[in-house]
Design a protein around this ligand. Structure first.
Ligand code: GAP
Length: 515
């Protein structure tokens, strides 16, 4: 675990050192849980967004995209339930004066018990070697059984308290489990209180009686309120989906783990409108489509799992998360929710406008049901960085840090490197870039030894380095170095576009998931 935490710290500092992610307002000592993407980060982020967007609107002829405004009529948030119910249960430690999410404290306590159990299993596995039967051990070992029973009991109480929104019970679990503040080490806790996560601001001048508006906490509502506009103008037939990528804002109290939990972040959301009664079928279908999208990146199926929700949000009749194994454990990257007709019905009620669909096949009108897939761009970014960051020992005692990014997502696709800064090699390199820059993000680098230049490209995840030497001037060939294997081959300059595009073009990734 300590080793994993170490890796996480390295990913954070690597992200800064190579221009992926900076703390916002850094020269003013930063702004909590707000981050800026640098010159490499923005390209990686744009590629992630393109992968998602194209997989939605190009691969599904019944999915279209929109881009709705961040400001919306404040009644939308009343209708959606966010004004009344978009809360976190908070608890303060009276000695350290630190504020925590009560549910997170309990989840972390449960994770500690899980760790204890797993350590016990690991120890036994080492002791017994090949003869070890993990299932039998878990079912019979006294210490494992004791811890498992303790965990199950806390877990049942916790799920119940969340479902009932019972704040006293949440506090009682914290007291009974003897959970202490990590800062003061004491168990001197306040009551648990609800805290609304929406940011608000004023629209218009105060002399006119300014209106309180919210910064949207999800992009989904911008889709719901445009449902009829898109359905009518796009002549969409149910089932169909509306996709959107955009910023969302939440006043997160427990804002930790780098870009995992931010106050300003970006979401990629799809609302898929279906006939009532069809939602479970589509829920399963979208679970599978989305898992496939993740796994096509090649990080390994074992790095992902579904996690069904303990507590269903006020709008859902089924919900699961796709979790990715970050260096700090399996964490939610995407939520898939069957939202029933809650949102459209609420907007019908609050706006007084009908948001119905006349189904020619059924010969009747209804309020559509919705299956949602909602993924955070920043969490996806973090999972991609975590999966790709790699420290390798090389022959001769050297080492390298390499980002083994999926080539289609890499910020720079190729670096063009003249072996020396003279004899016409830089000019030849520029000529190659001038030909390829319309298709690929290229970098030119002539500084330092070729080895150092390779390392710099490895560190930002560039899949190909193209080196120009004296032979290139004679026979129009170059060496192309592959990032992951470090193998080099001599190819003709004319074939570069094909060779690079075969590996880096998003089209091939999309073809993979369209199979
Ligand atoms: N429209 C549904 C919705 O917003 P959610 O589970 O609250 O559902 C969806 O959020 C996704 O948005 C999450 O799975 C996560 O990837 C991302 N997300 C949510 N809060 C975030 C935060 N504070 N920082 C970064 N990403 C966040």
């Amino acid at each position: 675990m300590a080793q994993q935490e170490d890796i996480f710290k390295k990913i954070v500092s690597h992200s800064k050192e190579y221009g992926f992610v900076f703390q916002s307002s850094e020269i003013y000592d930063g702004l909590g849980a707000v981050y800026d993407y640098g010159q490499m980060g923005v390209q990686l982020k744009n590629n992630i967004k393109k992968y998602w967007w194209d997989s939605m609107v190009l691969l599904h002829e019944n999915v279209v995209g929109i881009d709705s405004a961040i400001f919306m009529h404040p009644t939308i948030w009343k209708a959606s339930g966010h004004v009344d119910a978009f809360n976190d249960p908070l608890i303060d430690n009276k000695d350290s004066k630190k504020r925590y999410r009560a549910d997170v404290l309990i989840e972390e306590h449960l994770a500690k018990i899980d760790d204890k159990i797993n350590k016990e299993v690991e120890k036994a596995a080492k002791r017994f070697g090949e003869a070890f039967d993990e299932v039998q051990f878990r079912e019979t070992n006294a210490r494992v059984l004791e811890n498992q029973a303790k965990r199950n009991q806390i877990h049942t109480r916790f799920a119940q308290a969340l479902n009932d929104s019972n704040l006293d019970d949440l506090r009682n679990i914290i007291i009974d489990c003897e959970i202490a503040c990590p800062i003061s080490g004491t168990r001197n806790w306040t009551e648990v209180r609800q805290f609304n996560l929406m940011f608000s601001t004023e629209m218009g001048s105060t002399s006119d009686g300014a209106m309180k508006v919210y910064l949207r906490p999800e992009t989904a509502q911008g889709i719901f309120v445009n449902y009829l506009n898109v359905q009518k103008t796009g002549r969409m037939k149910i089932p169909f989906g509306i996709a959107q990528i955009g910023k969302a804002f939440r006043n997160e109290i427990v804002a930790r783990q780098f870009i995992f939990r931010m106050r300003e972040f970006e979401q990629m959301e799809l609302q898929f409108f279906v006939a009532p009664g069809e939602e479970m079928k589509w829920f399963e279908e979208w679970k599978s489509i989305r898992m496939n999208w993740h796994q096509a990146l090649g990080f390994g199926a074992h790095k992902y799992r579904f996690h069904d929700h303990e507590k269903l949000a006020h709008y859902a009749n089924a919900a699961t998360d796709i979790e990715y194994e970050m260096p700090f454990g399996f964490k939610e990257v995407e939520g898939i929710h069957s939202r029933t007709d809650f949102d459209l019905a609420q907007h019908e009620q609050f706006s007084g406008k009908k948001l119905q669909y006349f189904d020619p096949e059924l010969g009747k009108s209804y309020t559509p049901y919705v299956v949602e897939t909602s993924i955070g761009v920043d969490r996806m970014f973090l999972s991609v960085m975590s999966a790709s960051y790699c420290e390798e020992m090389l022959e001769g005692g050297e080492s390298r840090v390499v980002l083994k990014l999926p080539a289609a997502l890499a910020p720079v696709k190729l670096a063009v490197l003249p072996l020396v800064k003279k004899d016409g090699l830089p000019e030849k390199a520029r000529e190659i870039i001038d030909n390829l820059k319309f298709d690929f993000a290229c970098q030119y680098d002539e500084k330092d030894s070729i080895g150092k230049r390779y390392r710099r490209q490895d560190a930002i995840g560039t899949p190909f380095c193209v080196t120009i030497d004296h032979q290139s001037l004679e026979d129009n060939t170059v060496t192309i170095r592959h990032r992951d294997t470090m193998e080099q081959e001599r190819v003709s300059i004319d074939s570069l576009e094909r060779v690079i595009s075969e590996k880096t073009d998003m089209k091939y990734l999309l073809k993979e998931i369209a199979k």
